[in-house]
Design a protein around this ligand. Structure first.
Ligand SMILES: [Zn+2]
Length: 104
């Protein structure tokens, strides 16, 4: 889609699903769970990601009602994020189910 140089679709090396990689102002990038926007109340503050107007992924707090989470927390091939907020378990279980993997 051309104009946006801060987003790059790329397959996750673990599960193979295409996700959106977003640049960080620090120079790296983060793979966000694709097109999944969650009510911020469901996500602990330190795990909330937002897309700035210029397309960069930022973890600063804003006034947004929804946020993104990092894909690696809920990737179907990663260990169950059982030590994290319930929303992470729920999405991990969804991803496991979508990939036909056990999630108990
Ligand atoms: Zn993955």
């Amino acid at each position: 889609m051309g104009a946006n140089h801060t987003a790059l679709d790329a397959a996750c090396p673990d599960c193979g699903h295409t996700q959106v990689n977003r640049l960080l102002r620090s120079g790296g990038w983060i793979r966000l769970e694709r097109e999944l926007q969650l009510p911020i109340a469901a996500v602990p503050e330190q795990h909330r990601w937002f897309i700035a107007v210029d397309g960069y992924a930022v973890d600063a707090h804003g006034n947004e009602a929804h946020c993104y989470i990092a894909h690696h927390r809920v990737c179907s091939r990663r260990p169950h994020p059982e030590h994290m907020a319930p929303i992470f378990s729920a999405i991990w279980q969804r991803n496991r189910a979508l990939d036909g993997l056990a999630f108990d």
